[in-house]
Design a protein around this ligand. Structure first.
Ligand code: C2E
Ligand code: MG
Ligand code: MG
Ligand code: MG
Length: 285
């Protein structure tokens, strides 16, 4: 009976498994053409200073709306890019878009705003991230101090390949952020040795922070840690005014989340900045 049940279950799940594998294969196979055709784009999510409410930068997030599969989630795109040996091209596409935005920001009244891209730890084994980025940022005459690279804590752990690449990131002058901080187990010694500029606290500590004593303790401790190590602290996933106020009171400096602005295509940024300025002026008046 148990065997039968097992077999029945297997039959039931098989089509789903196969279509998942088919989907991955299809995404992998179409990725190169999609990159060539410019179907993958970067959207940008704003970051603000919690105290002054000024816009301090943007994070680039890859988007691919497939003609019939619909929107493909970024982690799926990244996995496909790695499997298809296209991780460097994906990073180059997003970095190009980031540089185009950086070039426009001064004329939008934001000459010091940064733009961040994400690099997943496994990419460090696949190609030289700084070779790709140095080429693009210098072609666009970008000040590397305004170009930020976000890596997850995983990358910090693998010190052999990653350590060398992270040192090159520092030598090239890019800003280095540790993403989803608190979700992994990076060593404080490495954070200091690698001259990490920013800690982006994992969203799990931010959700309902105003109602969770425990999250308040954690976020407060991480904000002091950031100050002690001279690292900027960014909170991500801020969805409400209550959370934003609690985070400011806990000593967090910078924030990102749906409450401030959702990821948007670059062409929508000027209008979004206008709206935001008009709204703050109304508040002051
Ligand atoms: P991440 O770098 O931690 O990016 C933040 C994610 O949280 C984004 O999801 C963003 O849309 C979402 N988010 C922002 N504010 C809020 C909020 O207030 N509430 C909630 N619930 N979510 C919020 P997205 O765009 O789906 O990206 C998911 C992950 O995929 C990213 O997490 C990043 O690790 C990776 N990723 C995205 N773009 C790229 C890329 O170009 N290259 C690489 N290697 N990874 C990327
Ligand atoms: Mg990120
Ligand atoms: Mg640095
Ligand atoms: Mg994150």
């Amino acid at each position: 009976r148990a065997k039968d049940g097992g077999r029945r279950q297997w039959r039931e799940f098989e089509p789903a498994f196969r279509s998942q594998a088919d989907r991955q294969n299809q995404i992998e196979h179409e990725l190169a053409d999609a990159l060539d055709a410019g179907d993958l784009e970067a959207w940008f999510q704003p970051q603000v200073d919690l105290a002054s409410q000024e816009i301090t930068g943007f994070e680039a997030l890859v988007r691919w709306h497939h003609p019939y599969l619909g929107p493909i989630a970024p982690p799926e795109i990244v996995a496909a890019a790695q499997a298809a040996n296209l991780a460097d091209r994906l990073t180059a596409t997003v970095a190009e878009a980031a540089c185009r935005l950086l070039t426009r920001l001064p004329s939008l009244g934001l000459p010091r705003a940064t733009v961040a891209i994400n690099v997943s730890p496994r990419e460090f084994d696949l190609y030289s991230v700084t070779d790709v980025l140095d080429c693009i940022t210098s072609a666009h005459c970008i000040d590397p101090a305004l170009f930020e690279i976000e890596i997850t804590e995983e990358a910090i752990l693998d010190t052999l390949v990653a350590g060398e690449q992270l040192k090159r990131i520092e030598r090239s002058g890019y800003k280095l952020a540790v993403d989803d901080f608190g979700a992994g187990h990076s060593s404080l010694a490495y954070l200091v040795a690698l001259k990490v500029d920013r800690l982006k606290l994992d969203r799990r500590f931010i959700t309902n922070v105003h109602q969770s004593r425990q999250n308040q303790e954690i976020v407060g401790a991480m904000a002091s840690l950031g100050r002690a190590l001279s690292m900027e602290v960014v909170v991500e996933g801020v969805e409400s005014e209550e959370e934003a106020n609690a985070l400011k009171a806990l000593g967090c400096q910078f924030a990102q989340g749906y409450f401030f602005g959702r990821p948007m295509p670059a062409e929508r940024i000027p209008g979004w900045i206008e709206c935001r300025r008009a709204a703050t002026q109304r508040q002051v008046a």
